[in-house]
Design a protein around this ligand. Sequence first.
Ligand code: ATP
Length: 892
Amino acid sequence: MKFHELNEREVEKALNTDFSAGLTEADVKNRRKQYGLNELEEGEKQSALLLFFSQFKDFMVLVLLAATLISGLLGEYIDAIAIIAIVIVNGFLGFFQERKAEKSLQALKELSAPQVQVLRDGEWVKIPSKELVVGDLVKFTSGDRIGADVRLIEARSLEIEESALTGESLPVQKKTSKLTSSNLGIGDLENMAFMGTMVTRGSGVGVVVAIGMKTAMGQIADLLQNAETMETPLQRRLEQLGKILITAALILTVLVVLVGVLQGHDLYTMFLAGVSLAVAAIPEGLPAIVTVALSLGVQRMIKNNAIVRKLPAVETLGCASVICSDKTGTMTQNKMTVTHLWSSGTVWKVDGVGYNPRGSFYRNENEIDIKDEKALQQMLMFGMLCNHAEVKKKDEDFIVDGDPTEGALLVAAMKAGYNRNQLLTQFEIINEFPFDSVRKMMTVVVKDQNGRQFIVTKGAPDVLANVSESILWDGKRQLLSKDMQNQVQEAINDLASQALRTIAIGFKEVPAKTVILDEKEAEKDLTFIGLQGMIDPPRPEVKQAVKECKEAGIKTVMITGDHVITAKAIATQLGILTKGSKVLDGKALSEMSVEELEEVVDDVSVFARVSPEHKLKIVKALQNRGHIVAMTGDGVNDAPAIKAADIGVAMGITGTDVAKEASALVLLDDNFATIKAAIKEGRNIYENIRKFIRYLLASNVGEILVMLFAMLLALPLPLVPIQILWVNLVTDGLPAMALGLDKPEDDVMKRKPRSPKEGVFARGLGWKVVSRGFLIGIVTLIAFMITYYQDTENLVYAQTIAFATLVMAQLIHVFDCRSEKSVFSRNPFGNKYLVWAVISSVILMLIVIYYPPLQPIFHTVPVELRDWFLVVGLASVPTFLLAGSFLMRKTK
Ligand code: ATP
């Protein structure tokens, strides 16, 4: 149906809906049954079975399976079955890890799914956009993404950017009247708005006419499978490293096999041993474990109110060296209360708490009757008229629905006895130019009962003073002379220096029936009335968070649209503006090039009276100085800076869809302290990944070396293939996962940020892998040799001892991996997952050694008690030797 050709009534009828109350729950249920959810179909997903089989496509695993098959055919049934069983269990493990990784990525996607405002059963409610049905009434404002195809029935300065559909990047002005010309393209349908397009200005209401695959977007959805890369830099690096490791493992394995054959071992035994060794030594599971560690970290972040939208951000977070944060709402509570008013040189104070509309007015500390104060009345009344917010009672508290700044103005007027509904019977609003943070003003055009027409504007005082030509002084209009301007400026500074956010009110009368088309025409030649100053207390936790960031080598920069002096006062309270750091305002910033800004940017802690487009310049300048920048934002205009930053951060509560989509991190509570918590978690996740890389690789080095040395010394095989595979599965797998869950070390937030260029083996990790691996190999070999030379007839016993020593050496070494310093620098048993992983690995090892039915399978025999002293003593050497050398270096 061509809804754009129908008028409002016809649309309402055609869709069988009610524009005043919306659909009922019953309607919605029926319609959903009929048309389904408002979703675009996604591309084919990999089936679980396919994912399971993909675990076995690894080349070395295939070789192992082939070799096992041959050994089975040659009669070695037990070995063959055991090896296949281990390979299958390994496959399951990989499968579950990948499934978990996939699921948590999916969950993330759903968490950041867009919400829409919809009228249901007479009330505006917020629902996930996929729950929309045809006939629903939806409301949207600047920064929202349209959730379905709608026919517009209300449009206030509404502009929508439809490039996703039309390729045209200039926003289209929307209207509501019906269109009659035929052959209109999507770009011409001015009374429609389409799913996936973005509101860049104004606000509107529309009725849903199509959902899901039936929308214009649905028709081209196939083109939109936006495959965003989810791979993190570390994962990419590991992939490259994986190739090197595979080559190294293969070369060493071939060497083991060659030397073994040269020393007289039979080719078949050496081949199977070699292949098992290759399977064990190649860290094929590493990327999956990394993904799991990353996504588990992401889950922990969610508990702390931070949603990671792009996985690479987890890593980048740990590198952040500057956080640029909005002030209002992020560092402050965004709970505004007007406390001071100024007009004609008089200051009034208002008391009261939060948004509770009860309070009194004072002048020179004496309570006054509002009726005697004309200027005050006018300021409060206009502040209420030029306003979009609503104050509601919730439980015992009062809350604001809408912009908190406007809520504060509303509450101040309510304290003086004004009522908005009553006011709207006296003044009809005939046009509105919404607030935007570039103009820093909002204007309404109103008509009173006598037909007189007024422009009422509120906005940042310095801006409003600039567009005023006169001022109301003691009830009389006077020219806004230089002298008057100075007085106004003094009043602004006075309020701002008390950390108050200031709003000025102005107005003018225009001839009746004048049509004011744009804000430029409205917002000029105004009459300035006065100022309202409101407190917005800092969030209590921010000061501490700023301090912790400082200790962690991260600088906090405040970016605000607010007045320089207000910003200064709050930044000083929070410890952001300290001796030696500077404040730069939007005007100075506009006059600077990025290069000029670069020169000074390291010294600036506060940017005030800035517009969103300045943020991009700030990000660029900081990045050119080599910083890794986290930048917060909420509006449409913030999106470019959020995108350009290394870590774009959007507000979960006040943020627009556009800002959220551009971001890598969403703060569910809009709180600065949450960024700090996320950075801490980001650092920890990276350190944990380092921990298990270190553990796994050192274990692998140990496994290869013990075999290689044995062959070089013309000894028998110290480990049989099935033992090697068992170590790979049990000893390597469980503890590595547990390391991924380790808590941060006490000093994670006392270190400097990590360089993003840092390689996997940086900060001595490579040396640790090689030295620990070497020692693990050596002690296993020694244990083997001692036992073997005691009784060369009993090779199986010596192999069991070697197996036990290798397992124990790894399980002791795993505690060392918890810290970059030494095993004693923190409570070794502080990670309960790790303790359980180690205990279960030990129990499994004991079962393999002592449970008779398993002994022939794993080529083991019971170990005598006295030999456990040898095993554990030797197994402790790598860890304690190095811990000792660390302590010695420290005491020197
Ligand atoms: P931040 O970037 O820290 O969130 P902010 O919220 O103070 O800063 P803006 O919202 O851009 O920045 O506000 C800038 C100035 O515009 C404010 O200091 C205030 O004077 C004025 N202002 C804010 N909200 C409104 C509004 N709804 N109507 C009119 N003027 C407003």
